[in-house]
Design a protein around this ligand. Structure first.
Ligand code: NAG
Ligand code: NAG
Ligand code: NAG
Ligand code: NAG
Ligand code: NAG
Ligand code: NAG
Ligand code: NAG
Length: 274
């Protein structure tokens, strides 16, 4: 049974949007100049999706040495020198640099766990170092991602937007939905394919700034949820220069032989130079 269903359409859509609109701020203003009809009056009242809730206020920053087991301070340079296993969301803010040394890992393995880094200085993820979490958000002056490094939010997404589920009903093991419907997995010959679609589609609240989790795949069991997890979210706002020699991964999780795959998450990169 071919039940490993990855919905990569959403990521394709995203790549498309990055290619078409490499600079989201300028494209959103220029798209207005070129439109031949007034989209606001046509679509605004009936069709625009509900605006997302305002983000919750940021918690206070963690500290480099006490909370992250690092060396230095966030207002000078904080270096992560040993593997770090976080148990919940962290907000890392300071006026300095944040450096994860080669071969180290920073992980937070709960679904939707957020690692947010907002620093005035530079960020570096060393060679073969990894970050595993549900959300990885970075604001910095320069950022570099070394050879063999990875920011991997595969299958660790939190809940998709409130107005949708994305996860298919029933126990057919179908795929999660996101930018398109999840794939179906027809096991019951009595049913029509149209009755066993995968998960609901939903979209980013703006295509230029994708920021939604993927959704879980379906299961084939009434007792155990075998569905692969939805993909997580990666966002960079780099004021000067970002260099990526490693991987940025936001795929849906694998459901194995008994579950549908999750749908992919979101990757959004904004930088003056890439
Ligand atoms: C990290 O913590 C989680 C949950 O506390 C635990 O399940 C996991 O084994 C730990 N991983 C490592 C590499 O220590
Ligand atoms: C980063 O911190 C600055 C203030 O130092 C704030 O203005 C900005 O909104 C923060 N960015 C994020 C993504 O939290
Ligand atoms: C970040 O890198 C730039 C360019 O190398 C450098 O000018 C700047 O001082 C660095 N920032 C900090 C806080 O060290
Ligand atoms: C910051 O970017 C400048 C080029 O814009 C580069 O010369 C410098 O090495 C970078 N610094 C870091 C720490 O990546
Ligand atoms: C990264 O890999 C490239 C291509 O394999 C190589 O040319 C480059 O020297 C490597 N950089 C470092 C810092 O190892
Ligand atoms: C580091 O990553 C590179 C590129 O993915 C890989 O070729 C190399 O084997 C890795 N080194 C180690 C020691 O894992
Ligand atoms: C990314 O994470 C997924 C799920 O944990 C894992 O299967 C995959 O091997 C990881 N990929 C890399 C390149 O680390």
């Amino acid at each position: 049974m071919d039940s490993i269903i990855h919905l990569s359409l959403s990521l394709l859509l995203l790549l498309h949007s990055l290619i078409l609109f490499p600079n989201p701020s300028s494209s959103s203003s220029s798209s207005h100049d070129f439109s031949i009809i007034d989209f606001d009056s046509v679509f605004h009242h009936d069709y625009s999706p509900p605006s997302p809730p305002p983000p919750p206020p940021r918690p206070p920053s963690v500290s480099c040495e006490d909370d992250l087991n690092g060396i230095g301070t966030l207002d000078t340079t904080c270096q992560i020198v040993s593997d770090l296993n976080l148990t919940g969301d962290v907000y890392i803010q300071g006026k300095g640099n944040f450096i994860i040394l080669p071969f180290r890992s920073v992980t937070c393995l709960s679904f939707g766990c957020e690692i947010s880094i907002n620093i005035t200085g530079n960020f570096s993820l060393g060679e073969n170092a990894t970050v595993l979490a549900g959300t990885f958000e970075l604001e910095a002056y320069n950022a570099s991602f070394g050879n063999g490094s990875a920011v991997n939010v595969t299958g660790l997404g939190g809940s998709p937007p409130a107005q949708t589920s994305g996860t298919p009903q029933g126990v057919d093991g179908a795929g999660g939905g996101h930018g398109g419907r999840g794939a179906c997995c027809l096991t019951d010959k009595e049913k029509l394919p149209d009755d066993v679609w995968g998960g609901d589609p939903y979209s980013w609240s703006t295509l230029q700034k994708p920021w939604s989790y993927g959704s879980k795949g379906g299961t084939t069991s009434k007792e155990v949820d075998y569905g692969g997890g939805g993909g997580g979210r990666i966002r960079f706002w780099i004021r000067n220069y970002v260099e990526v020699n490693g991987g940025l991964l936001a795929d849906g999780g694998d459901g194995g032989d008994r579950g549908g795959g999750g749908s992919g998450g979101s990757i959004f990169i904004k930088a003056a130079k890439m």
